[in-house]
Write a protein that binds this ligand. Sequence first.
Ligand code: HEC
Length: 350
Amino acid sequence: MKSRIISLTLATLTTFACHRASAQAKVDFAKDILPIFDQSCVKCHGPEKQKGKFRLDTKEAAFKKDKNDNTVIIAGDAAKSDLYRRITLPKGHEDIMPNEGDPLSKPQTDLVRDWINQGAVWPDGVVSKAASNTASSKPRNEPVLPKDFKPGDAEAKAIAKIGQAGVDVRPIAMSVPWREANFRLQGSNVTDAVIAPVKDVTSLVELNLANTKVTDAGLLAIKALPHLQRLHLELTGVTDAGLANLKGLSNLVYLNLYGTAVSDAGIEHLAGLRYLRNLYVWQSKVTEEGAAKLKKALPELSVSTGWDLKSLEKKEEKPAEKPAEKSEKKEDKKEDKKEDKKEDKKEDKK
Ligand code: HEC
């Protein structure tokens, strides 16, 4: 009698606990299975190590055939799948996976079983977080340069014209179509007219107009550059009105407005630039409140106001003339990485 009650209670409990499994609810790969692989398998079967020459971090890898034309997961048949056999072996067995530490729990192996029996559906593009940390897949929070980009017809001509002004519009790396242009060294020779041909250089990703004679009107030339990511306007005559021309630069990541007359009203034009991460407004009219307001619209933005620098200045008589270019770039990269991690964590929670 007693044992009957116990087994009844157990049965009820199990029905509660494994409701989805017993009801053969559809297993959700991303939610139910991938976290198991991530937690218990990928450290030995992922980007870093491929024990037994096997990877379990992407669909392609998990369903790869071995030399005998077998896959370890046989869709629709858990009983024939080596992967399921291994995770259900008794602890201490030679072939058990994971081959160290605790075996998977029964609810976990049941989920894997149901998943395989339901056809082992692994939606395209769903990858282990270990795999998505490597370069193979781009984090979604930075601009993506299209692979099939072709420069426009007018581009070569425009580059030649800019060359005549003494500025080399050069590729950012070997065998990529993307370019950068640095007008800074030509300084006061560079007027709105000089930069006008830039509008046809759609491959530009980085443009340095710092310390030139460029004005608000000149910014019309960059208004529609689709891939521009980094823009230096520090120490120019640019004002709030000019910043309205930057609204469409949807891939902008970095903007330097140090030493310009822009104010809080001007940077409001930037609120829609979702990839913007670094904004320099030191020695402009932007206030702490203005910066905070923009950060509300763009939470991942870091605004360098230089107010912290000012307190340093008091000690050091001579203020630094300009933010050091090289360290800026490194900072950017560090920032980006941090953001990636944040993104990942967010994704984990989902
Ligand atoms: C601590 C490292 C480690 C962990 C964690 C681990 N494995 Fe393995 N795995 C190995 C080693 C080593 C081999 C190769 C030796 C062997 O075949 O037993 C292997 C082989 C395999 C194979 C055979 C591959 C083939 O092509 O024959 C499968 C399937 C497998 N593991 C699945 C898993 C699964 C599923 C998990 C997570 C539940 C897991 N492993 C966790 C180390 C590990």
